[in-house]
Design a protein around this ligand. Sequence first.
Ligand code: SAH
Length: 268
Amino acid sequence: MGEFSLDGIAGVWERDARDGDGTELVLYFESDRLPPLVRARVGRVFERNGYLPPALSVGLQEREDWTREWRKGFTSFPLGNRFRVVPSWEAPPGGDDRIPIRVDPGLAFGTGTHETTQLMIEALESIGPSASGPVLDLGTGSAILSIAAALLGHRAVVACDVDRDAVGVARENLRRNRSDAELFVGSADAIAPGTIGLLLANLTADVIAELLDDIARLLRAGATAVFSGILLAQAEEVRDRIAGAGFRVGGRRVRGEWTVMVAVRSSH
Ligand code: SAH
């Protein structure tokens, strides 16, 4: 879904298709006219991921309506082994030893419902807070991974996103969870070389490939990098690229059509 950073997009919502077959993606734009080229670009994203071009329909909806409709369908749920995501408008359920993560997803990606986020959280839980050096949450979206990292005991967390609106949502969510993270609008090229002890990158295969040299540069030798957002169909190619950039690629976990890869940065 991160791939739908189309011009003027205000929100993406994935839901069961209304006719009961398959999945429907609802893309919201803050405009009463569809920005040019949206149809073609949506088609290309599908094609690149090995899907047939989707059937598209376009309609008008008041802003409040879609926010309300979206909220109705979003309630608290367990995430990984340790957490429960609780929307900002709900009270955390009592009698639960899961740690609440309070999120208001707003317009940013990262409610925790997506497989790629779940795989990332599970990998983070299994790594534990032993990493030496700060955590970098690259493409933070709603900041859900930064919040989880802080709650798991990682002391220094750095989070960034190229999407200014996402950073606004991330800031709110960090505050809501009293989680400390250094947050900025930008990407891997802004991080000093050899400084990061644990990288969390829930991006797409394309973006991972694009950022891989920067990622290799910013990690300490022996640092762990977790890559999520990789479709199974792309796994071999991505694994080779990561290995080629100076990593030992270890275990991978799969959920649905998605995989996560854990890699260790070799000595520089
Ligand atoms: N970390 C969250 C959100 C992942 S969605 C989670 O795991 O659920 C991916 C995010 O990466 C989006 O918010 C998108 O804006 C951001 N992004 C895309 N390309 C990027 C880049 N080159 N550098 C930094 N962030 C990027």
